[in-house]
Write a protein that binds this ligand. Structure first.
Ligand code: C2E
Ligand code: CA
Ligand code: CA
Ligand code: CA
Length: 275
């Protein structure tokens, strides 16, 4: 809004009004989407590049809007957080992911993204516990991904929740590592099972020496702390070679596989070599 000469503000200029309307519409549609069964999960493989096998799949939320088609989670998750819908939606994701993964071959994990807002909800631990029991999924096959912003808020309660989740037997991964502030102190405050190196470092891995140096030191740090390191957004064979040389444990990205619906998943690498 622009200020006029008297120092007051004029809201609802035409273009702002249109923006606001679009937002209200998105909110209204989002509120109906869960009941209308418009959400699905797509699963993207995480590859153990040392052992040449699939270690698990990350569940990525997909919203098929009746008129707009696919809407990106980057667009609707912040809105769901704002309007208090993320807990119900996140609960659905946890339950759905556990149920689908319980059908997969033994030992294949499923990773679920958690919103920082879900951490403020006291029912999170209960929800995870119930989803595991109802699906019969072995707890060690569930991995919860959190970002640094989770650890920025109310530290004591967050740490307590993380420890409670760990006691259920699930794995905890730090997502988008390297993009937040003072990442290293977080590794000291909680023993993560896995560090996922943000894709911004992988994108320029082969063209910038500083990116390679950062990835190498994260990998070294991770392994000395007993944590798995996973590189995100791997798109080329060259990047994959560099990661292998850098000592990375796992890789994920379009080079290895796109996110796919549960019914299209293949659980072994190089399926063309299978009988
Ligand atoms: P994220 O957790 O960092 O997930 C990785 C994103 O990178 C996904 O985008 C994935 O499709 C994309 N990606 C995978 N491989 C490549 C690659 O090789 N190149 C490039 N350029 N991109 C790649 P997506 O599915 O659009 O999800 C975006 C973000 O939305 C996720 O980022 C995550 O923060 C959030 N999100 C997705 N599903 C959920 C969910 O169930 N709950 C919550 N709270 N957040 C979710
Ligand atoms: Ca993630
Ligand atoms: Ca990520
Ligand atoms: Ca990300």
């Amino acid at each position: 809004a622009k200020s006029d000469r008297r120092g007051t503000y004029r809201f609802f200029e035409p273009e702002m009004d249109a923006q606001l309307q679009a937002r209200r519409l998105l909110e209204a549609d989002l509120r109906k989407a869960l009941a209308n069964k418009e959400f699905t999960l797509a699963y993207q493989p995480e590859i153990n590049i040392r052992r040449h096998e699939i270690s698990g799949f990350e569940a990525l939320l997909r919203w098929k809007h009746p008129e707009r088609g696919m809407v990106s989670p980057a667009e609707f998750i912040p809105v769901a957080e704002d309007i208090g819908l993320i807990s119900a939606l996140g609960e659905w994701v946890i339950e759905q992911a556990c149920q689908e993964a319980a059908q997969w071959p033994d030992g294949i994990k499923v990773a679920v993204n958690l919103s920082p807002v879900q951490f403020r909800n006291r029912t999170l631990v209960e929800t995870v516990d119930r989803a595991l029991t109802q699906s019969g999924l072995c707890p060690s096959r569930l991995e919860l991904e959190i970002t640094e912003s989770v650890l920025l808020q109310d530290n004591e309660m967050t740490l307590a929740t993380l420890h409670q989740l760990r006691r259920l037997g699930v794995c905890i991964a730090m997502d988008d590592f390297g993009t937040g502030y003072s990442s290293l102190s977080y590794l000291r405050s909680f023993p993560f099972d896995k560090i996922k190196i943000d894709q911004s470092f992988i994108r320029e891995l082969t063209s910038r020496a500083d990116c390679l140096a950062i990835v190498q030191s994260i990998t070294r740090l991770g392994s000395s702390l007993g944590m798995i390191t996973t590189a995100e957004g791997v798109e080329t064979e060259e990047q994959y070679r560099h990661l292998l040389a850098a000592g990375c444990t796992e890789a994920q990205g379009y080079y290895f596989g796109y996110p796919l619906p549960a019914q299209d998943l293949v659980f072994s690498l190089y399926p063309e070599k299978q009988p």
